[in-house]
Write a protein that binds this ligand. Sequence first.
Ligand code: DAK
Length: 257
Amino acid sequence: MKYINININNFIATIRINRPEALNAMNKVVVAELKGAIEECVKNEKVGVIVLTGTGEKAFVAGADIKSMQKMSGREALEFSREGQEMTMMIENSPKPVIAAINGFALGGGCEIALACDMRIASENAKFSQPEVALGIIPGWGGTQRLPRLIGKGRAIEMITAGEMIDAKEAYRIGLVNHVVPLSELTEKVNSLAKAIMKNGPAAVGAALKCIHKGFDEPLENGLDIELNAFAELFETDEQREGTTAFVEKRKPNFRS
Ligand code: DAK
C-alpha cells in the first residue's frame, strides 16, 4: 500500500495514514487503501484493537483531498461519498474496537473518520472542524449524522454551519474526544487503553460494541432485545466459560491462548 502503513504489536494494530506532504488528506487511493487495511485487521486473529492515526506531528487527516474534488462531477462526487461512507461504516462496524489517536488536524473528512471510531484520544495540538461549507459543500462521510449523535444537535449545527476550528480542550469540553494528552504521551495513552480492553473477552467486547452501535438509534425496547440476544449468545462461547471459571478459581482469565 502506498499511503497506509500497518504495524501489529501485542495484538494492537496501528494503521497510519501516511501522506504527510498533503497533511494526510484523503484521495480515492487513500480511501481504498484504508478500507483494505481495516478489512485486513478485522480478519487478522493477531489483532485485538485497531488504532487509527496520521503520520507526522501536524495532522491526523486534514480532510478529503480538496484538489481532487475541485473538478468532480456530481456522479463522481456521489461515488467518492459512497466509498467514504463505506469506509466509515467499516470502521464503525468493526467487531474490534477502533481508537482514533488524533495527532493534529482532524478536519472535514478527517473529523468524520475520527467520529466513526469507537473512541477518540487527542494530543494537545489537535484541531477539529467541519469546514466543508466554506468550500460550498457539506460533510459527505457521515458528519451530518454522527456529529449530532455524539455532541448534540445544537453544537453540531454550529460546527457544521460556522465551520470554525476548535482546539483539543474545547473538543474535550463538548464530548468530541475522550481524553487529551501531550503529543509525546499520545501513543502511551492509546496503548494503555488498548491493553485494558485486551484483558477482556474479545467476543464480549465485540458484542458490547454491536449492542451499543445497533441499539443507539432504536427505541429502548428494541435495543434491549439486541442486548438480550447478544448476552445469551455469549453463553455458547468458551470465552464465557473461561471468564466465569477463572473468577471462581481465583485466577486471571486466559482469553487469548
Ligand atoms: N486537500 C488537499 N491538500 C491539502 C489539504 C486537503 N484537505 N489540506 C492540506 N493540504 C495540502 C496543502 O495544499 C499543502 O500542499 P502544497 O500547497 O504544499 O502542495 C500541504 O498540504 C500543506 O498545507 P498548508 O501549507 O496549507 O499548511 P498550513 O499549516 O499553512 O495550513 C491547514 C494547514 C490544515 C489549516 C490548511 O492546509 C487547510 O486549511 N487545509 C484544508 C483543510 C480543509 O478544508 N479540510 C476539509 C476538506 S473538505 C463529500 C465527500 C467528502 C467530503 C465532503 C463531501 N462528497 C463527495 C459529498 C469531505 C470534505 C472535506 O474533507
